[in-house]
Design a binder for this molecule. Sequence first.
Ligand code: ADP
Length: 265
Amino acid sequence: LRANFSIIQKETGFVNGLITVLHDITEQEKIDLERREFVANVSHELRTPLTTMRSYLEALAEGAWQDEEIAPQFLNVTQTETERMIRLVNDLLQLSKMDSKDYRFNKDWIDFILLFHRIIDRFEMTKNLNVTFERYLPDQAMFVEIDTDKITQVLDNIISNALKYSPEGGTITFNVKENNGFIEISVSDQGLGIPKENLDKVFERFYRVDKARSRQMGGTGLGLAIAKEMITAHGGDIWATSVEGKGTTITFTLPFDSAQEDDWS
Ligand code: ADP
């Protein structure tokens, strides 16, 4: 429902009436509106790095290229912006693929615990890592039927965010437990957190709590939106909890049949 309010105001300036017109926004109208917003967002997201690059390239062309100190810095900016645009276009392609009706997952039965350890290992190998990782993962295998590449992408997005928003010397905690026919996976950091009113919104396309900061850190604003679509398509759920100033936890679930587990052993 959309409400249009008209305030009836007398010349005295006092409000003495209110007319309300309520009408339905049809499903189609909603889709059109979302599509228009999406295109506007994409254009804006691409224009920002492009205009940045234009000004740096202009400065280089106008003589900065001769300055041994400035030139490498300016080139570095254009390189970083180009890489962010490539990430953005790749994310957009990913979303558009998932939007298409005949999108298929490549599912396999795999041990989630082993997969998760491997992904965490990969991040732990990063040079100059200044956070500590703590793993609370079960010792025994937990088999799930998933598209490994897609779930890896989801975990990559969540762990990169945890690293991006972690304070120096902070701890990132990884948890896996079984819960009522689901396997529940969570990644917690000790970063700045997410305000309560934004906890659901961070899963919307292009939503960021702090746009400038996200861009500065190379974010596209699509990571969690993609994660949500992938997890939902696997029959799971994803959500964020946070204490502002203390940290954030991103949790997701995947269907898990513990009875099936017995057949494997
Ligand atoms: P981005 O590319 O901006 O990281 P995401 O879709 O991955 O896009 O995340 C959306 C927004 O959610 C981020 O811009 C940030 O504001 C917030 N966010 C995500 N993860 C965290 C976290 N671990 N701590 C604090 N804020 C987070």
